[in-house]
Design a binder for this molecule. Structure first.
Ligand code: NCD
Length: 359
């Protein structure tokens, strides 16, 4: 077990002060990138991408190259031994013995945590199914710091696929840790935010409301976070077709927004923001993608060089029950412990956060 590495699986495994350190470092790197150009020379980062990616993968790779390090990895598991049936455990074990840090994206929730349990080097979660995406959140936090000048006292609207959008889940969990942030969740009934995220809001005492109309809500927002309907996470194409195109941000709706509201989007965009909005100075999504590179430089540098923070991976107990989520890594990689944290009558899976009754 590699519980002593400085992994990044879920931002909430660390105190807010740690996130702030990364964001501040991201800001410094952005201002003087040349000062960091050889900080990681001789170090190697492996990227294991089991799911498609443009920005996350390339910004990680560029970040490492801009720090003077080198990169290995795959972005198409069908050309690696994964196609021969190799388990996540074995792939992770081997690649982590070649590299100084491992960045993993996987379609199954909890996969990054599973990888970190086996890895011989730190692991960074670059998205695990519809669950979490902590480095997109660091990107979003740096964007807010640079463009709004603060991470608190913001009214943040999140619109689109709030059920399956891992960027939404990670961002809401993080922003609810800063003072006086309010949330407006804009979605259809069937794509509402999962209840485990609402539980986090309740614990942190964050105010929120759930609405279905973007046009009515836009005027009160400081930030509008648009998201794509996550086609690949739907049970059928028919279900997806029913949800797509419900929310489209266009110049007409932007007329109702505050003059200093910013529009963010983790990208890729499909058709939820019209191209004409790109010209609006409040459209921040392309700049946001560039902030992602700087913040990932800060993260890789911190993880590889800073040994003061330690991350523990499992806190709960092993139970005989199985996680009810078919898209949880414990139902795919059977050697993993059925590890749950007990909360009242419920058990919460430590890999995917799904609840089950403790019977
Ligand atoms: C997001 C993702 O992969 O979750 N993209 C990204 O990393 N920038 C959002 C999405 O795919 O819709």
């Amino acid at each position: 077990m590699s519980e002593n590495h400085l992994n990044l699986i879920d931002l909430n495994d660390y105190p807010v002060s740690f996130w702030n350190e990364i964001i501040e470092l991201g800001h410094k790197i952005r201002c003087a990138p040349q000062d960091y150009a050889s900080k990681l020379s001789g170090k190697i980062m492996a990227t294991l991408f089991y799911e498609p990616s443009t920005r996350t993968q390339m910004s990680f790779q560029t970040a490492m190259l801009r720090l003077g390090g080198s990169i290995i990895g795959f972005d198409n598991p069908s050309t690696s031994s994964v196609a021969k049936g190799e388990s996540l455990k074995d792939t992770t074990k081997i690649v982590s013995s070649y590299a100084d840090v491992l960045v993993i994206r996987h379609p199954i929730a909890g996969a990054a945590k599973a990888a970190a349990l086996t890895a011989d080097c730190p692991v960074i979660n670059a998205g695990d199914g519809g669950h979490l995406h902590p480095t997109q959140t660091l990107t979003d936090l740096l964007t807010l710091r640079e463009e709004k000048g603060r991470l608190d006292n913001l009214t943040i609207g999140l619109c689109g696929d709030l059920k399956n959008g891992r960027t939404v889940h990670s961002l809401v969990k993080a922003m609810s840790c800063y003072k006086n942030n309010k949330f407006v969740f804009i979605s259809t009934e069937s794509l509402k935010l999962p209840s485990y995220i609402k539980d986090v809001l309740a614990v942190n005492g964050s105010e929120y409301k759930e609405v279905s109309n973007l046009e009515d809500a836009i005027g009160e927002l400081d930030v509008l976070y648009m998201t794509r309907i996550q086609r690949e996470r739907f049970a059928s194409e028919q279900d997806y077709q029913r949800q797509k195109d419900v929310y489209v941000l266009d110049s007409f709706k932007m007329l109702k927004a505050k003059r200093d509201m910013i529009v963010m989007h983790p990208l890729p965009r499909v058709d939820e923001i019209t191209n004409e909005v790109d010209k609006d100075p409040r459209a921040m999504y392309f700049k946001q993608a560039q902030y992602g590179m700087y913040v990932r430089m800060a993260l890789i540098l911190t993880i590889i060089t800073n040994a003061t923070h330690r991350s523990k991976l499992l806190f709960g107990k092993e139970y005989k029950v199985s996680c009810p989520n078919s898209k949880c890594i414990t139902n795919c990689e059977h050697y993993l412990p059925h590890s749950f944290v007990g909360v009242g009558d419920n058990l919460i899976c430590e890999f995917c956060d799904e609840r089950t009754l403790n019977s």
